[in-house]
Ligand binder design. Sequence first.
Ligand code: MLT
Length: 215
Amino acid sequence: MDAPLSFTHRFEPALRAGVPPLLLLHGTGGNEDDLLPLGRMVAPDAALLSPRGKVLEGGMLRFFRRVRAGVFDEDDVRRNADDLADFVERACEAYDIAAPIALGYSNGANVAAAVLLLRASVLAGAVLLRATLPLSQPPRPELDGKSVLILSGATDPLMSPDGAARLAAALTEAGANVTHRTLPVGHELSQADVSLARKWLDEQSGGARLRPDPG
Ligand code: MLT
C-alpha cells in the first residue's frame, strides 16, 4: 500500500480537463477548508488541493514558525517549504494531476513564495495574496516560464509594501513573469482580489473558460 500523504488535506477533482490545478494555502489560524470557496470562485473547473499547515502557534495552524509578527524562523521556513514541496509532488502523483498553481493567503502566500524560491519545480506558478519575502537572503532559482501574481494591500498592517516589492524583485530576477498590484485595502481579502485572481488564472489556462462569469 502507498504511504499516506504527509499533510491532512482536501482534494476536489477537476470539473474540466486541461485547467491547471490549484494548491490552496491558508493563512494563520485557518485550515484546509478555508480557501476551497475562494478556489472555486477563481478557478471554477480546476482540481483543488488544500493542505492544512502543521505548525501550531497559540492554537492556530500555520505553515512555518515565526519569532513574532513579520519576523520568521528562516530555518523553519526552509524545512517546511521542503516538506510541503514533497507533499505536493506526491499528491500530484497520487491524484494524477499536473504541477499546481499555488493560491496562498498571508502565511500561505509566504510559504508558497518560499516553495517557489526553494523548490520551484513543484509549482506551475502562484497567486500570492498579501505576501512578503520570506527569506532574507533568497536563493536565485530558475523561474523562467513561471508566472506569479502578487496582490498587496496598501494599508496592510502586517505586510510592509517593501517586503512585497522585494519578493516581486527576487522572483523577477529569477526569471518569473511577475505582476504586482497594490489594492486600496488592508490585510483582508476584497472583491478586487477575487476578480483579479480569476482573470489572471483564466489567462494562464489560455482564457478557455466554458462557463459564463457569474459576476
Ligand atoms: C506570516 O507569519 O507569514 C505573516 O506574518 C502573515 C501572518 O500569518 O500573519
